[in-house]
Design a protein around this ligand. Sequence first.
Ligand SMILES: *[C@@H]1O[C@H](CO)[C@@H](O)[C@H](O)[C@H]1NC(C)=O
Ligand SMILES: *[C@@H]1O[C@H](CO)[C@@H](O)[C@H](O)[C@H]1NC(C)=O
Ligand SMILES: *[C@@H]1O[C@H](CO)[C@@H](O)[C@H](O)[C@H]1NC(C)=O
Length: 586
Amino acid sequence: MLSNLFLLPNSILLCVLLQNVGHVRCDSPPYTDDPKFETGEYGAYPMQRFHSSKVVAPRPNLLSTHPSCDDGSLTMLNPRGNAVPEEARGPVILDSQGNAVWSVTGYDQTYNLQAQEYRGKQYLTFWSGNDAIGGHGNGQYIMLDSSYKEVARIKAANGLEADLHEFRLTDAGTALITVYDVQHADLTKLGGKSDGYIWDSVFQEIDIETGKLVFQWRASDHFDVTDSYRQRGNQGGRRGDPWDFFHINSVDKDPSGNYLISARYTSTVTYINGKTGKIIWVLGGRKNNFADLSDGRATDFRYQHDARWHNNYTTISIFNNGAQAPNNAENAQFSRAMKIDIDTSNSTAMTTKLDTQYINTLQISSSSQGNMQILPNGNTLVGYGYNAAFTEFASNGVALCETHFGATSRFHTGDVQSYRVMKFNWTGIPNTDPDIALVDGSLYVSWNGATEVRKWVLETGNKRVSRNDEEIKWLVASKTKKNGFETEIKIPNSGREFVRIVGVDGSGKSLGSTRVVQLRKSSPSTGISVDYAWEEAASSTALRFLGFCVAMLCFGITFSWVVDLIRQWRSIGRYEHYSKVPMEDV
Ligand SMILES: *[C@@H]1O[C@H](CO)[C@@H](O)[C@H](O)[C@H]1NC(C)=O
Ligand SMILES: *[C@@H]1O[C@H](CO)[C@@H](O)[C@H](O)[C@H]1NC(C)=O
Ligand SMILES: *[C@@H]1O[C@H](CO)[C@@H](O)[C@H](O)[C@H]1NC(C)=O
């Protein structure tokens, strides 16, 4: 009796356990302004899994939304960090509602997912490699075509390693990339050795087709180590411990053939002559060439990222990290994305003015990474790099849409990061088939990376023996609007033997079909059809129940056996004990 009493709570426990083992949250919509997400109750990096696919996708929290943030384009990011498991680390595409569209793993660390054009065709581009080299990386840039097939790996020229910070394709069929390279440097002005070592910042322009170097620029040829705001500490004494004085993090090129680069540790945006490599001007930092007409607010940025041209090359956008930089007390509390106007018409009296700044309502402060993208509709998308957030602002700086893909409580820890977050129009037509799973009487369908599917058409059929072969005659059973990454479709009661699900686009054109799933088996002799779907579901439930029963039985037997054993031991003890009591004391 006692053992039965103990069995009850244990069986409940085991039941809960068993349920959770096979538990799959299919197609959970993103959270909407859920405070539990932000406190980390769902983990530092809330994720979801699916029945039909091995993809592990982020499940973000949409803190605020606005119709103008949905221009039909897709959001691209590369979640990584302490709390992002390897199976979930990689480039990710989300739709404007926060649902997963594509995700892939199996690459090393990845950074900087974008859709870019090369010779009139769109490609997905991202960096992959080793990023544990102290704020930069050794790797290569990968290009995938619209079917997600890898078509190129772009390496740096001159035997150097392609760094993670930049990969920008130009109209001339070239790529701009950043490179970090150890060089000798005189560090005596900073209390170091005359034969010290620096991480030099290099950028290269590379011909995609031939891999040949078109242009190369080296920071140490144009900047002095004293231009840096970064403390040297004890670094720079040996080749194995070079001091990163410049830290290039973006490169852009304009139609006049000149380059615009951003460097973190000099806090400078530099315009460089595309023929000679000579500096044309410097915005910000110790070498600033501009009179700031905004009381210093246009040039006080520190440790910034992602310098881009706008407005016919009269405006520059940057993500100003601000935080952690010395000599910047006033603006160091939080990050601001900035639009800065420059006037270079009089080269001896150049001026600059702060146009607009974009500040997150939570005043997120990102010590590293981050980006700012001005979208075609005038909105500005800001990715917070070190912190798992991106915000879309109206052009005047009003925050419209705030999305987190990691808990706010885990900000500033490096738990969940994405170097950049950007939006692009992207058409993905995978060269795989859609995936299907049959679970507990429902069909689940998904197609990793397929951007054009609007509806899932369920077809059912029976086998017909034609002259030479067996073929299935398919009939449309239902049409279901594609809903998020994975769509659940109920099995129809058609009595037919086979099903498959066809993905169709907006015009009703078929894009691809899942494998054929056998639901039932009709016996021609008896006419009785065995329902596979329910059989499968039932059998899985039955199997689970059987396992449960066996476990319970084992547990019960073991338990009662142990209880009996204890009872026996105790009674033996008691008997012995009594036996030792002198008879005269009884
Ligand atoms: C851009 O600026 C240049 C002068 O710097 C001017 O010649 C050109 O017309 C401008 N283009 C547009 C589209 O405003
Ligand atoms: C350019 O600025 C300098 C210094 O303010 C001034 O002397 C010069 O007249 C200006 N040039 C033009 C063309 O306006
Ligand atoms: C995507 O395409 C739509 C329709 O052409 C356009 O309105 C929108 O601005 C584009 N978005 C991006 C991020 O390029």
